[in-house]
Design a binder for this molecule. Structure first.
Ligand code: URA
Length: 426
């Protein structure tokens, strides 16, 4: 392999130049081996933050992140594989319903997931509120479960794109997380290494998402769809609104309960609508001609959910943890709900104990927020807006402070917001 000077690579990107394939290959491998200092990689990340990466640079950068680890081999399964990634929202429990639903339609869904950080929840944290459920599977166990059950939700192994973990920690402390090429390569390297044939990306945009504008969401989605397609993964992105929480439940066990309601044909209409929209894209991508609504309504998806939980040691019939303290937050006046601030609700659930500030922090299974009103609803003074769930009073008080101004009231009826914004394909 050619040898480069890290300072020359940083200088080239700082000055708006294009890095050669060899330079990118060298610097990522050398950084992974500990031969490029953290301060040098920090400088390069900041140069990329300001000057971006060209299409070719981004493909090579992503290739090298994939090459830093193993690739899961999902070939030879009797069903086509299709996965989903969400950029993260408040009350986003879609994976819990979607993975078994798409498996019930005939595909295999390898959902290698992460934990929540900050105001957005993590799929593994939610499922870990089910007694006995285990997030850690070997690669062989993932393959076996895909063959027998059709759906797996488990922790992404440490072996997939390991250099991403080092880079992500560094980006976190150097204010370089919010870079489209760095986010895209980080997400897509792990999904490509996972070995799925097809992928749907749920790119959230709005107050409760980490992308706030439609323009940035389109750019992120287009970049990720391009990366997936260039790497042989049939990829489609769905831009979805994340201004209000998705569904009513925000918090780990609360979201599992709501997901089961949707799997049983009940539950909030927005959760059902988004799940079915993503499921239709997923089955379409792998050429399966089945209507997901039928598999949701006839109980097949719920059957697969129960098998999926059992296969990982969980008891789908177990009573989930409940909070020691519950308190209503009531409206101070009459009015029509104009908006419910997803960010405020997400921060409140986090402060109540459902989320974590650092990767190592524990989370409460029971804590969270139930949203009791919807946008467009007419309410009266004294009516409960939220029910807060906490394990102790200190958490309750913090959660309460965060949610005080989450509901905006007016006298006019609002136009209800569109959940599905647009679809991006290559
Ligand atoms: N999720 C990731 O995996 N990486 C990012 O950079 C952002 C979100």
């Amino acid at each position: 392999m050619s040898y480069f000077s890290a300072v020359d690579v940083i200088t080239a990107k700082r000055d708006g130049g294009v890095l050669s394939d060899e330079a990118i290959t060298w610097i990522l491998a050398a950084y992974d081996r500990g031969e490029v200092a953290e301060e040098q990689m920090s400088a390069l990340l900041m140069a990329i933050f300001f000057n971006g990466l060209s299409h070719a640079e981004l493909n090579t950068w992503t290739d090298q992140m994939i090459a830093s680890g193993e690739r899961l081999d999902l070939k030879g399964l009797s069903r086509p594989t299709v996965d989903k990634h969400s950029t993260g929202g408040v009350g986003d429990k879609i994976s819990l319903i979607l993975a078994p639903l798409v498996a019930a339609c005939g595909a295999a869904v390898p959902q290698l997931s992460g934990r929540g950080l900050g105001h957005t929840g993590g799929t593994l944290d939610k499922l870990e509120s089910i007694p006995g459920w285990c997030a850690f599977l070997s690669n062989d166990e993932v393959r076996d479960q895909l063959e027998t059950v059709g759906a797996v939700i488990c922790a992404a192994g440490q072996g997939l794109a390991p250099v991403d973990r080092k880079l992500y920690s560094l980006r976190d402390v150097t204010a370089t997380v919010e870079s489209i090429p760095l986010i895209s390569s980080s997400i897509m390297s792990k999904k490509i290494a996972e070995g799925t044939h097809a992928l749907v990306l749920d790119v959230k945009v709005g107050r409760g998402a980490f992308i706030k504008t439609l323009e940035r969401a389109r750019e992120l989605a287009t970049t990720m769809v391009g990366l997936g397609t260039d790497h042989g993964v049939a990829t489609v992105a769905q831009l979805t609104a994340m201004n209000a929480p998705l569904g009513r439940a925000v918090g780990n066990a609360l979201e599992v309960t709501e997901s089961v309601e949707v799997l049983q044909g009940r539950g909030p209409s927005d959760v059902r609508e988004l799940t079915l929209a993503l499921a239709s894209v997923m089955v379409g991508l792998v050429g399966i001609n089945v209507d997901p609504a039928e598999k949701l309504d006839d109980g097949s998806a719920y059957d697969v959910y129960r098998q999926m939980i059992r296969a990982q040691g969980g008891d789908p019939d177990a009573t989930l943890p409940t909070a020691a303290i519950r308190e209503f937050v009531v409206s101070a006046r009459d009015g029509i709900v104009q908006s419910i601030d997803a960010l405020a609700v997400g921060v409140s659930a986090w402060r109540l104990g459902a989320g974590r500030a650092r990767k190592e922090d524990p989370v409460s299974a029971a804590a969270g927020v139930m949203c009791l009103v919807r946008e467009g609803e007419a309410i009266v003074a004294g009516q409960p807006l939220f029910e807060l769930h906490a394990d102790d009073d200190a958490h309750l008080q913090q959660g309460k402070a965060a949610i005080e101004n989450a509901v905006v009231l007016d006298e006019q009826l609002v136009n209800s917001e569109q959940l599905l914004i647009e679809r991006i394909t290559k």
